[in-house]
Design a protein around this ligand. Structure first.
Ligand code: AMP
Length: 323
């Protein structure tokens, strides 16, 4: 029996309950109901001024997000299998593990100070947060697709079609055509084969899953990757700078090479817009050249540098890079 009248003097009831000890219509006096969410909740700054950071508790963003904290030198404690929160040894940051899809709203409402999640999830929730920094992992695209045999050629041809998706908001917002949405919670690719929908809108990274399921992409609606979001960018700024130095470093390599002095103009042109450091070598007429180059350009640069006369080429990773 919960919440029923009791004989004799009433036991004191917590201040947030009515005189009968009830807080709701469920007849349970032991527990209060949380207020409906959707506004800016109190909270945020953790105990002792800790910055509260939400990380995905599972899924493909969890490990890379944790490694980013490690590489930034925060010293995150390895959480146990069931841990939902853990501290960092080297920085006043408390990490809370929650569902990636809930992070935009938690940040918006101030339940945490900042969070790492997918751009797709932030936009789908329509969360009012600042996207401070894209993090270089979790890259994927939100794409519209139809069965191979479909006569639909472009997204504009989807007018009046039924579209299955777990991204109803983005689908409505980004599809140029007026469509009927079929809400599903997963296995979206199977929906056309089940006769549930004419087309799908879903996340794609390599495109293999689409092909395996006999689907053809109609195009990209949104590019996504992991992002650092915050409600108050000033408070999160020092933390964002720590992560930015690592993210920028990962996007670059440090290039060292030897070359005849005469090759310098061509080599400087190849590594532009960065201005290289040039050091004289013991052998007259030869120099060492050092420069930062984008990681993505290394495969193209190497043969071109060799052709320009470079030798003893070393490419090494960079640990931190700040402006
Ligand atoms: P998960 O928790 O593993 O379902 O993934 C959560 C987030 O990972 C998504 O919301 C995306 O931001 C990101 N992601 C990256 N690649 C993919 C992909 N191929 N499929 C689904 N999610 C992806």
């Amino acid at each position: 029996m919960a919440g029923g009248p009791t004989a004799g003097p009433r036991a004191p009831v917590p201040g947030d309950r009515g005189a009968n000890g009830r807080v709701d219509h469920h007849g349970d006096t032991r527990r209060t109901l949380a207020p409906a969410r959707g506004g800016r909740l109190q909270g945020g700054s953790g105990p002792r001024g800790l910055l509260r950071l939400a990380l995905p508790a599972k899924g493909r963003l969890r490990e890379p997000a944790f490694h980013l904290l490690e590489d930034a030198g925060l010293g995150p404690e390895q959480p146990g299998d069931r841990a939902l929160a853990f501290p960092c040894r080297n920085a006043p940051v408390e990490v809370l593990l929650v569902r990636a899809a809930d992070i935009p709203e938690y940040v918006q409402d101030g339940v945490v100070d900042c969070g790492i999640t997918g751009i797709d999830l932030v936009r789908e929730r329509g969360a009012d947060v600042h996207e401070l920094l894209t993090l270089g992992f979790g890259s994927c695209r939100l794409e519209a697709a139809v069965p191979e045999e479909s006569t639909v050629a472009t997204v504009d041809d989807l007018v009046g079609a039924t579209v299955a998706t777990v991204y109803p908001r983005l689908t409505r917002e980004l599809l140029p055509a007026d469509v009927t949405l079929v809400d599903v919670t997963g296995s979206v690719e199977i929906a056309p084969r089940l006769g549930l929908a004419d087309a799908i809108v879903d996340l794609v990274s390599s495109g293999n899953t689409l092909r395996t399921n006999g689907l053809r992409s109609l195009g990209v609606l949104l590019e996504s990757e992991a992002v650092l979001v915050a409600s108050d960018d000033e408070r999160a700024a020092p933390f964002a700078s720590m992560l930015r130095a690592v993210v920028e470093a990962r996007r670059h390599r440090y290039l060292m090479l030897n070359a005849p002095e005469s090759a310098l103009p061509k080599i400087a042109e190849l590594v532009a817009p960065r201005v290289p450091s040039v050091l004289p070598l013991a052998e007259p007429g030869t120099v060492a050249v050092h420069a930062l180059v984008p990681s993505a350009d290394v495969w193209r640069l190497l043969p071109e540098l060799e052709a320009a006369g470079a030798s003893s080429i070393l490419i090494v990773p960079v640990e931190r890079l700040s402006a």
